[in-house]
Ligand binder design. Structure first.
Ligand SMILES: [Zn+2]
Ligand SMILES: [Zn+2]
Length: 457
């Protein structure tokens, strides 16, 4: 905002430096561009964990525990952070909320409150600079760059997360996030393995550090890969995409095109065989006999979902239609008198045939005419409406389509134009971009009832 008359003390203060993210990298400032805390949590500790695996044996119970805890903490993010708190796709009773806040903290991705604020901004400003992990800033930025770099907090879009402040679980977890992280990410998995089967160190390395690294990389894929690879069955104006591979990696979050269209739906996959274990688990939690933990599961009506799908299909069809040759639009054709048509029918190598008030130059097609040269030549300089529409042969839809690519003019006056005018409704259909739509059997050269039938009646 421009300030016309700054106050004296403002005037004397030195100009504020731009945020580090807006400054060019130099040997003196490069380290300021890095968010060292986040980089430690998502890069250095996982790398150190990988190094430790060289000297740490992985025993079977620890492997099973690591995989189990992987799914628990991933569900803390997908079912808790994402679908419960960021989008309010369902409601959960206290025990489930505590479980989700506990396991979600073990995924080392920040507190529920911080995560949800970013995620709501991501949905509201997808693909813009206000989107904290916009894929428009590169695949690597959307995956991990946004975490490890110091970003200007003024750039990120602001969102309202005040609803989360009424959830004491969220408030407690946010307030004590550091302790929650330490305990749920590393101490708890170590305790289970240590007290359970005496593998304290293995529990820390595999079920703690390596497991958290896998959860981080998997859920980061929702922000990167799910905006990069796959189909866009509901809307292609922005980057979210549906892909089974991303779904497999992210506990079902890969049906991301659907999710961005219907974010408050507790499902990401809507077809029963699509892989969405987060949806299955939420549903199972709602079906626990006597004390269901999840309730108020929200879904969009299939009528709305199918409308969105159909509109996107229509868009794809319209785009394809524009790329095809439909002949010169009727409105751009010159109007020619009957006598001129007769006079020019054979002039300068042309071969003009009138069908339903539209003049076509069939000269390039005479030799290829499936009905033979003689028949088509006999129509040159004539009104072949009846011949073409069943008088001799009732031509196919494909023939009408082909004929339309040869049109060169419109006849003035006479009953041929009347046929066209009386059926002007055919000219009315337009696609979403205003291009004329000619449906099967609706070419202007096709008249309502076959002429042979009309003659017989
Ligand atoms: Zn997204
Ligand atoms: Zn979301």
């Amino acid at each position: 905002m421009a300030v016309s008359s700054p106050s004296p003390d403002l005037k004397s203060s030195p100009l504020k430096e731009p945020h580090i993210s807006h400054q060019p990298v130099t040997l003196q400032n490069w380290y300021k561009k890095i968010n060292w805390l986040n980089t430690t949590l998502v890069v250095f500790i996982p790398l150190y964990g990988l190094y430790l695996t060289r000297s740490t044996a992985l025993i079977r119970p620890t492997l099973i525990w690591s995989i189990l805890y992987y799914f628990m903490t991933a569900f803390g993010i997908t079912g808790g952070y994402h679908r419960l708190w960021s989008h309010r796709c369902f409601s959960a009773h206290l025990p489930l909320r505590i479980f989700l806040a506990f396991t979600g903290a073990g995924a080392i991705q920040g507190s529920v409150r911080w995560w949800s604020a970013n995620h709501r901004a991501h949905h509201r400003w997808t693909d813009t600079m206000k989107d904290p992990y916009s894929v428009m800033r590169g695949l690597m930025f959307s995956h991990i760059g946004w975490m490890v770099l110091n970003n200007d907090p003024k750039v990120k879009g602001r969102t309202d997360v005040s609803d989360l402040d009424s959830d004491p679980v969220v408030v407690f977890q946010h307030k004590h996030y550091g302790k929650c992280l330490l305990f749920t990410a590393w101490v708890f998995p170590m305790l289970v393995a240590g007290l359970g089967w005496g593998d304290w160190w293995g529990g820390l390395v595999y079920a703690g550090i390596i497991r958290a690294c896998f959860v981080q990389q998997a859920t980061f894929c929702v922000n990167s890969l799910a905006h990069w690879i796959g189909e866009q069955p509901f809307d292609d104006r922005r980057s979210p995409r549906d892909h089974v591979l991303t779904a497999l990696v992210t506990m079902g979050e890969g049906y991301h095109n659907f999710h961005h269209e219907f974010p408050s739906d507790y499902r990401n996959a809507i077809i029963w065989y699509q892989y969405d274990p987060t949806k299955w688990l939420i549903w199972l939690f709602s079906k626990i006999p006597f004390f269901p933990q999840a309730y108020n599961l929200k879904t969009f009506r299939s009528n709305e979902i199918e409308k969105g799908r159909l509109q996107q299909q229509q868009k794809a069809i319209d785009r394809k239609r524009v790329g095809l040759d439909w002949g010169v639009p009727l409105s751009q054709l010159p109007v020619i008198d009957w006598d001129d048509f007769r006079a020019q029918a054979n002039a300068n190598g042309a071969a003009l045939v009138a069908v339903a008030g539209v003049i076509h130059d069939v000269s390039a097609f005479v030799a290829e005419h499936p009905g033979g040269k003689t028949l088509i030549k006999s129509a040159i300089g004539k009104d072949a409406t009846a011949l073409f529409n069943g008088g001799v042969y009732e031509h196919s839809n494909a023939a009408h389509n082909l004929l339309s690519t040869m049109r060169v003019g419109i006849l003035r006056g006479g009953q041929e134009v009347e046929v066209w005018k009386s059926d002007a409704s055919r000219l009315g259909a337009k696609d979403s971009k205003g291009h004329m739509v000619v449906g099967a059997g609706e070419q202007i050269t096709r008249i309502g009832a076959p002429v042979s039938a009309a003659v017989a009646a």
